[in-house]
Design a binder for this molecule. Sequence first.
Ligand code: PMV
Length: 319
Amino acid sequence: MKVCCRAPGKVIWFGEHFVVLGKPAIASAIDLYARVCISSSQHTIIESRDKNLVYRYSRDKEPPKTLKPFKQIVDYVLDSNIVEKLRSFHAVIESDIPIAAGLGSSAATSVAFTAALLKYHGLEPSHKLVSRIAFEAERIVHKKPSGIDNTIATYGGFIYYRGGFMKRVDVDWREDYTLLIVDTGRERSTGFVVKKVLDRYSKWESVMEKIYGVAEEITSRALELLVKGDLEGIGELMNICHGLLVSLGISTYEIESIVHTALDSGAIGAKITGAGLGGSVMVLAKRGCVDDLVKKLSLLSPRIILVKPVSKGFIIEEK
Ligand code: PMV
């Protein structure tokens, strides 16, 4: 028996970091995927094809750092009796989503792994259960995750997310607009950046409270504009939101060069997406500007990916 599952990466349009302290955020799934295939095997093996790592599961043996979330998922489903008895398996994990780039690669792999693992054990992986289990894995990677990454990788589409609750947002994506993901080429740990922001918050609480209030207002206005399909307005709000993210101390020279080059070359919006301090910049532009943007941004970025929002979260393929 073989069960495969794929789950999408994501971009956060509005509210990253602010969401960690309970403010709302808006995210959408994008057409980059992590895939996990689980087949029967004599021993339980977890393998990352991209990182070339193999770990033979045993309760008392720690895996290499990259594979820790998957061991956590297996331990969790056993400890909470979601799976009564482990059937040994070989899991192969692969992903098109750049790692540590703000695109939700860890959440997408955890979601795909969880759904495939449940299905392999004859359980129906509901969205709610998969997201909850993947959240346990996110805790290992990110320390204090808001839960937005596992939620969007599970449900897909556009979501408005706040304090553990999500609402789907109906967005008709307009094909005359393009979304570019511009990688700074600098990997970073989300946990580290989140801690840095929380430290700034504690030090300057009375100032930060106001900035967090403005972020909340931007996200609510963005929700109205997305539903109306006003992407010009969304671009402008992205630029305002980026200014707030700069004030959290998570921008870098590379990020600012990309943002300013994009805006000077006709983009309507450009902002950090995800944790920042490296990772990716998301750029919203009219289709006609894309060639010029790619040409200019290629001088600043090792990787530019044109992506589209997608409506589905994880998908199981039984083989
Ligand atoms: O891991 P990233 O770069 O996709 O960032 C996740 C978004 C944060 O708001 C920075 C953290 C969180 O848990 O919401």
